[in-house]
Design a protein around this ligand. Structure first.
Ligand code: ADP
Ligand code: 5GP
Length: 190
């Protein structure tokens, strides 16, 4: 089945479970195609260029900004930029697929404004900031400095859920995946 020009936006502070939930949904909805963001951060172990992100230097990122290549971009953490290249949604819609975005909260708000009713915006909420901190630590991908930067930003971002169409509480993972699956299916059937 092909869907005309629809998008699903996932936003939340780092560590809330966006990637985990998206991975589960990619197995369920074969029309989903992930919008691969550009970033100036280093790859984590296991991450692949062109699959998880387009990894690039600060200079390359800056050149894309100067050429007007981004639909949106953000310096999410000091010195580390992330952005959606215009070519990603174009490619995914040309294939007749549904775009899936994993972006920070500002990026989610900007993309929702851009796509309007074509997009379902989903905020993934952790049960508490303490659980979020624990999950970030357990993931084992961040230094203490990076965890502190991420948590510093999270408290503010968690106040922003009302800007989104739906909030999913990611306490029990199976419940969160099922609720998200149901909400997405309703949106795609409209
Ligand atoms: P994000 O993409 O939002 O940064 P991740 O999907 O990487 O977050 O999740 C952060 C960590 O929390 C990962 O180690 C993941 O396995 C774990 N996690 C995600 N959801 C849950 C959950 N419901 N219960 C327990 N651990 C979870
Ligand atoms: P991470 O370094 O954990 O992969 O991502 C850090 C944050 O950057 C996450 O909140 C993620 O959603 C966000 N992010 C990833 N890609 C983009 C993007 O293209 N635009 C924006 N605005 N944020 C992004």
């Amino acid at each position: 089945m092909t869907y005309r020009n629809k998008a699903i936006l996932f936003s939340a502070p780092s560590g809330c479970g966006k990637t985990t939930i998206i991975k589960r949904l990619l197995d369920h909805f074969d029309c989903f195609d992930f919008s691969i963001s550009a970033t100036s951060r280093q790859p984590r172990s296991g991450e692949e260029n062109g699959k998880d992100y387009y990894f690039m230097s600060h200079d390359e990122f800056r050149q894309h900004i100067d050429h007007g290549d981004f639909l949106e971009w953000e310096e999410v953490y000091e010195g580390t930029c992330y952005g959606t290249l215009k070519s990603e949604p174009e490619r995914i819609w040309a294939d007749g697929n549904v775009i899936v975005f994993d972006v920070d909260v500002n990026g989610g708000k900007n993309l929702k404004r851009y796509f309007g009713d074509k997009a379902l915006s989903i905020f993934v909420m952790p049960p508490s900031i303490e659980v979020l901190e624990q999950r970030l630590r357990n993931r084992g991908t961040e230094s203490e400095e990076s965890i502190a930067k991420r948590l510093g930003r999270s408290a503010k971002e968690l106040q922003e859920s009302h800007h989104f169409d739906v909030t999913i509480i990611n306490d029990d993972l199976e419940t969160a995946v099922e609720e998200t699956r149901r909400t997405v299916a309703e949106f795609l059937a409209k």
